[in-house]
Design a protein around this ligand. Sequence first.
Ligand code: SF4
Length: 328
Amino acid sequence: MAKKGRVFSGARPTGRQHLGNYLGAIQNYVALQDEYECVYCIVDVHALTTVETTQNLRQNTSDMVIDWLAAGIRPEETIVFVQSHVPQVMELHMYLSMVTQLGKLTDLPTFKEKVRHQPDNVNYGLVGYPVLMTADIVLYKSDIVPVGIDQAPHLEFAREIVRSFNYRYNTKVLIEPQAKHTEIKKVLGIDGVEKMGKSLNNQIELAFTPEQTTARVREMVTDPARVKRTDPGNPDVCNVYSMHKIFSPQADVDMVNVECRRAGIGCVDCKKLLAKNMNQHLEPFRLRRAEFASKPGYVQDVLNDGAKRAAAIAEQTMKEVREAIQLP
Ligand code: SF4
């Protein structure tokens, strides 16, 4: 089937992925492959703007990629690669920086947020982050970038940089990417309050064993007003129920919705049922992950191949860019 265009998306190497990553991004990555030619990049250079140590960078990259592949990203058709493996992006970043006003970069709310976050490390790379992000997208001549509503201004800024470049050099060589608005599901952690994330240790990792998953589900916070087994609960405020809606068959969801409200089911049994359904859902993922993990060098081969294919596109773009600038 002819594809509708090229999608680009980048993600920082955050290591083993959790349900928040899976439901919020990876599922969407997998689905996009059916309609688009996809380019998925692990943005290790972006990570350098904030990481304190790089000792886990390689392991985190490989753990993340194996989860992506096990979740259904198909490297035979989709380009999966590491940002720094295609150094043309640094060159394009430099050229784009010449058409980007410093004041605009330092005015961006995301930059101000990062300054607040790490006041002792306001590095040059942090300021240029949106320029490098733009270089990532346009280097691969991407038409489409999947974005959640809150990221839409970033893409608009990238489009502005592209327009400035094309205007300055009187060219059409860079493509203004279009946003594909995507609903980025916010998945709560087992605390039922905060977004799922490793920094809060409230995550359920895709690569957990069934036992680890069950133990994490057992720890999940439920309706706080339901103190005793005989108290009726309210599934609408319970994260266990939210997860049932994702992982359980409709009959179980309906049963919990009714029985919880009349104290017909206790939280312990409700969680057991969720853990069973979740484990069932994750089983094919685990099998694929184990298969990939048993092939030494598999992830590296995927990334090498991805970098080769990405570099071919990148070099072609850079030839056109250098020509448009009229570099001697
Ligand atoms: S029975 Fe289930 S849905 Fe109801 S409060 Fe307990 S864990 Fe939540």
